[in-house]
Ligand binder design. Sequence first.
Ligand SMILES: C[S@@+](CC[C@H](N)C(=O)[O-])C[C@H]1O[C@@H](n2cnc3c(N)ncnc32)[C@H](O)[C@@H]1O
Length: 469
Amino acid sequence: MRPRPPAETAVPRGFAPDARPQPIGADRPAHRAALATEMRAAAGAIGEVLAGQRLPEALQRHMAALPPASRAPARDMAYQALRNKARVTALTSLLNGRAPDRMVLALQWVALAQLLEPMRAQAIVVDQAVAAARATFPAAAGFLNATLRRFLREEAALLTAIEADPVVRYEHPKWWLDELARAYPSSWQAIVAAAHRQAPLVLRVNRRRTDREACAARLALAGIQTRVAGPDALVLDKALAVEAIPGFEQGEWSVQDAGAQLAAHLLDVQDGQRVLDACAAPGGKTCHLLERADIDLLSLDVDEKRCQRIESNIDRLGLPMPGSRGAVRVLAGDAATPATWWDGIAFDRILLDAPCTASGIVRRHPDIRWLRRRGDIATLSQQQSRLLTALWPLLKPGGKLLFSTCSVFPGEGAEVIDRFVQQTPTAQRESINWTWPDGRREAISQLLPCTSPDREHDGFFYALLSKGQ
Ligand SMILES: C[S@@+](CC[C@H](N)C(=O)[O-])C[C@H]1O[C@@H](n2cnc3c(N)ncnc32)[C@H](O)[C@@H]1O
């Protein structure tokens, strides 16, 4: 069992940093809801996930009713429950005589995930979970109290019993662990461990409005410390709600992982070029491209609703800047059938940020690994090949296409590119060299999720192809 400080001195997640454990209903900062209310909101979102919904959308619905200062802690609790999904599922099957109502189960998940954290004030977590149950489903309060207290009494034995199963120990589906172990025999455990850590908040500074140093200085004045993670990237030392960081509404920055930010640099766009972003929504890379050069950009996505998100990001960031020679057109269309939307004029640059399993970003989206099926890798790999084949004729001779996925499975990276290059005489794979913030220069292709003081990014695959004359 992990060592645990005595309950009287531990500070539960979700309390202000300087708060001490308090009895139920004791004073909390006026701008924060009670922990029980935050737990109830987190459980509401988890309940929807249990019914098959995606976590980000479920969170949006349940966070809105909370005071702003309670949203981040409630969101953290929901994420924590999903990061520990296998563990809490195994625990509840040992603790519960029969399956409780879905929403009661969701609250039990949230509470157990908090109790699994080494620094939690256990008595407060249990009291507040029971208070949350009393307010919503009073008949279940006794059940919740009994099962959570039993967990506390028998924690060591219960954890030993469930952690024999690798799915529980590593918190990933068995097929996923097998795929990782096959591709990365010596480093798969590190990839899995990275998925279990909370990802930091990374900003992409809009160099059309400010620069990285000025943005960092402005944030520092507001008490927000950052460090450099790329030419336009700043990592926040402590995650904050976006609304609490100055400059968002003014379009000075966006939230984007530092690994995702590589795309706009690697595509090497120059003023005046005609560029296609073929799978563009919600527009992170489209906007970064427009921030970096005065290009004529077609931003395409098959999903019409998601195209609206590209538009709103472009609007917020004020792109292209008035007076710039850049232009952008957002279009809903299927990249696999260019005949339905292409005007016949070839592109200098194409970005194909293809749909994938998102296996490289599970630390940000802990639900992904449980929603995916093994067969998705092959299905998506074929889709990626189809898109690549359909878009290649749209590239000018001498032009460059950057293929990317936020996946760590070779079936959605190297294997797609090797197949394509073998079958396409005009395609040549260029090596990509990248200088990291610590000054080290390296060839990159498959990035694995990484959190260290000098390197911080999700898992991505990048391949740059140039077209022979
Ligand atoms: C990984 S996301 C792209 C993220 C985006 N590049 C960004 O940086 O914000 C993949 C996108 O591909 C889109 N997509 C999937 N199939 C497509 C197709 N056949 N044609 C165009 N877009 C497609 C999805 O709707 C989704 O928005």
